[in-house]
Design a protein around this ligand. Sequence first.
Ligand code: 6GU
Length: 246
Amino acid sequence: MRIDILCLFPEVFASPLNQSIVKRATERGLANIVIHDIRDYTHDKHRTADDYPYGGGPGMVLKPEPIFEAVEAIKQQLGACEVPVILLTPQGRLFSQSLAQELALQPHIMLICGHYEGLDERVCEHLATDEISIGDYVLSGGELAALVAVDAIVRLIPGVLGSEFSANSDSHSNGLLEYPQYTRPQTYRDWSVPSILLSGNHSEIAQWRRRQAILRTAKRRPDLLKKGSLCDEERKWMSENLLDPR
Ligand code: 6GU
């Protein structure tokens, strides 16, 4: 999968993309992440990427020309036309595991990082195919949001994780938070690992984990349970245990 990232602060990306799973995906040729400096597509000697907002007001606005020219140059170079062009902005729709799963199946995506007070609306209207936010808070720029999205997407590219299993049991991939995990020692400071996990009874362990995931989700993120990720038997078990399955 090819991912082009357009931004004003390309140095932000070097270290995060060079660690752990994303690094391995790149080394194995499963991800090709290319960072572009929007200023490289300006034409004046000051490399001006922003300007004052029409109508007045505080802050600066990213100019449309370098962004359009960057996207068009990259598309032309690759012979690409139907590429998702995704704008990272606090005004976008909320990023999620299911969107990460969708994007991980694309052969190519482009990410544009906004900055300053904003970005000329013509980029949103006539260049971007989608606008994404990573949460209801404001970052200084889209770079960190792009890194978050890239990390979530790249680990879902088929073949990137060791076993398909490890992505499937992640929190959110089944609509539930993940069950609690334990490793050695069996007892640490008087705190023992739940004995069911030592029983060797795999079906009992699977049921315990599933119920722990449901309990934890009901307590911490009841909003997630509304989406109907439970079977009838699990709903019955929840109401017997005074939990509200919605
Ligand atoms: Cl994508 N950009 C910025 N600047 N702030 C954000 C965001 C994106 N998502 C949440 N906050």
